[in-house]
Design a protein around this ligand. Structure first.
Ligand code: NAD
Ligand code: 6OH
Length: 484
């Protein structure tokens, strides 16, 4: 049986206990994962602290950027291994991992290498009380040891989205991947090593959240900052854990994202764009749409078109190129999503399509597949319209006016993303500016420029990453004032 190990101080390290890594497509055990106990987390943090002041610290920005470009090259050199590991761990279709997850991992390193090379520093010429002047300029310094905690839905993409800017700014990191998807974090250690990044700069500890590696890392007094992507409730737990040591946090959390579809939209493009935003990655993307608001004149036609789209999606083996939807991540997550399917029915929803578990009559029946599901008819107050489900499911509500659509879309404690579909661009801009979210897309969804601010409001997060926002989080500014 394959073992997935921790990576500490440039070495692959075995812990005292192991836990199984399950393939969600058929329930089989792929590997035994070595769990890091408190001792190994301490070792990882100590090695990161030592590396901070070691050769990593002494590299010029240009040399550091060169290493990050090399990591991107090394990821591409191992492209098939990364895709295979991500597909085995998550059950996502091989086509999706090949076009989204692994290319984005390489892009994350390249973008932040570019950005750190061209990062400007702030400066002010200041008048002094005696009529002379002083020059102020702010220099960037690393935060120190950064704890990186990430979820299972886009494991490598989200990990590298945080590790790349953290390293670009001269920090060292200890990463705790999700217990569901440990594979690519350890594979990345091989790419990092091959890129000649010194031992201790990138460390991986495997394990769980509470009373395990996640909590040991966030509570650790020698960790200087925590960057986390995951559920809002976990964010709250981490906030409590870091409070005694006042660590800065960057949180990318859950969402209950809305799409607003106006009758003047390009109908075919909108149906396929909105359906992708509901079903991509079996609905397990924080940005996925779970609430659809459709202008009344096209409501019935739109519901029918989304139904058709859902019914033509091919559920199947992640290894087949033509598969559209893989399984959910785990048995327990499928139980959670199914409990929301039941709740929606109990709350009075009309089922348009789906609502259950598919049958394959082959080993995929041991996997955690679920039907893409569409509901209508719920009041806006229903729990299944208010709470994040994180599966391939949406609810459609008709609206009569722009103001009504905006009010319903904004009536949530979350605030991650929204999409607006209209051929009236003036309206697109106007409605976009009313959205209480961190990211609004008009006539598109999940179209990313990595230099733009990314994050959420309310329960969807704290802070922004992306472009200079990442550089700002992952560095401390030291303002130097010189009397001239
Ligand atoms: P999760 O919060 O359960 O777990 C995320 C990570 O946190 C895992 O590595 C887990 O082991 C760790 N963890 C759990 N409890 C912890 C604790 N007390 N201390 C330290 N670490 C702890 O999330 P998940 O189920 O893996 O992912 C799905 C969630 O992530 C959804 O809510 C989704 O919306 C959200 N998400 C948000 C974004 C975003 O950018 N906003 C991106 C992806 C996923
Ligand atoms: C959440 O599941 C998706 C997050 C995406 C990003 O963080 C990104 O940078 O595209």
């Amino acid at each position: 049986m394959k073992s997935i190990l921790n990576y500490i101080d440039g070495q692959f390290v075995r812990g005292k206990r192991e836990f199984p890594d399950i393939n969600p497509a058929d329930g089989s055990v792929i590997a035994e994962v070595s769990e890091a106990d408190q001792f190994l987390v301490d070792e990882a943090v100590n090695s990161a602290r030592k590396a901070l002041r070691g050769p990593w610290w002494r590299l010029s920005v240009r040399e550091r950027a060169q290493r990050l470009y090399r990591v991107a090259d090394e990821i591409e050199a191992r492209f098939d291994c990364f895709v295979a590991a991500e597909v085995a761990d998550t059950g996502k279709p091989i086509a999706l991992a090949s076009r989204l997850d692994v290319p984005r991992a390489a892009a994350n390193f390249r973008v932040f290498a570019d950005l750190i090379k061209s990062a400007a520093i702030e400066s002010f010429q200041t008048e002094t009380p005696d009529g002379k002047s002083a020059l102020n300029y702010a220099i960037r310094k690393p935060l120190g040891v950064v704890g990186v905690i990430v979820p299972w839905n886009l494991p490598l993409l989200l990990l590298t989205w945080k590790v790349a800017p953290a390293l670009a700014c001269g920090n060292t990191v200890v990463v705790k991947p999700s217990e569901e998807t440990p594979g690519t974090a350890t594979l990345l250690a091989e790419a990092i090593k091959a890129a000649d990044i010194p031992g201790g700069v990138y460390n991986v500890v495997h394990g769980f959240g509470p009373s395990s590696a996640g909590e040991f890392l966030t509570r650790h007094p020698d960790v200087n900052a925590v960057t986390f992507t995951g559920e809002s409730q976990t964010g709250a737990n981490i906030m409590r854990a870091v409070a005694p040591t006042l660590k800065p946090v960057s949180f990318e959390l859950g969402g209950k994202n809305a799409a607003i579809v106006f009758a003047d939209c390009d109908f075919e493009e909108t149906v396929s764009g909105v359906a992708e935003s509901v079903f991509l990655n079996t609905g397990q993307v924080c940005l996925c749409t779970e609430r659809l608001y459709i202008e009344r004149p096209i409501f019935d036609r739109f519901v029918e078109a989304v139904k058709q789209n859902a019914e033509t999606l091919k559920l199947g083996s992640p290894l087949e190129r033509t598969t559209d939807l893989g399984p959910l991540i785990s048995q327990s997550h499928r139980e959670k999503v199914l409990s929301y399917y039941k709740l929606a029915r109990d709350e009075g929803a009309t089922l348009v399509t789906g609502g259950g578990v598919p049958r394959f009559d082959n080993p995929l029946d041991q996997g955690f597949y679920i039907q893409p599901t569409v509901y209508v008819g719920l009041p806006e107050t229903a729990r299944s319209v208010k709470e994040e489900i994180f599966g391939p499911v949406c609810h459609l509500t008709p609206f009569d006016s722009e103001d009504e659509a905006i009010a319903m879309a904004n009536d949530t404690k979350y605030g991650l993303a929204a999409s607006i579909w209209t051929s009236n661009l003036k309206r697109g801009h106007r409605v976009a500016q009313e959205m209480n979210v961190g990211i609004t897309w008009v006539n598109c969804w999940f179209l990313r420029d990595l230099r733009t601010p990314f994050g959420g409001v309310g329960l969807s997060g704290i802070g922004r990453e992306g472009g200079k926002h990442s550089l700002d989080f992952y560095s401390e500014l030291n303002n130097v004032c010189i009397r001239l």
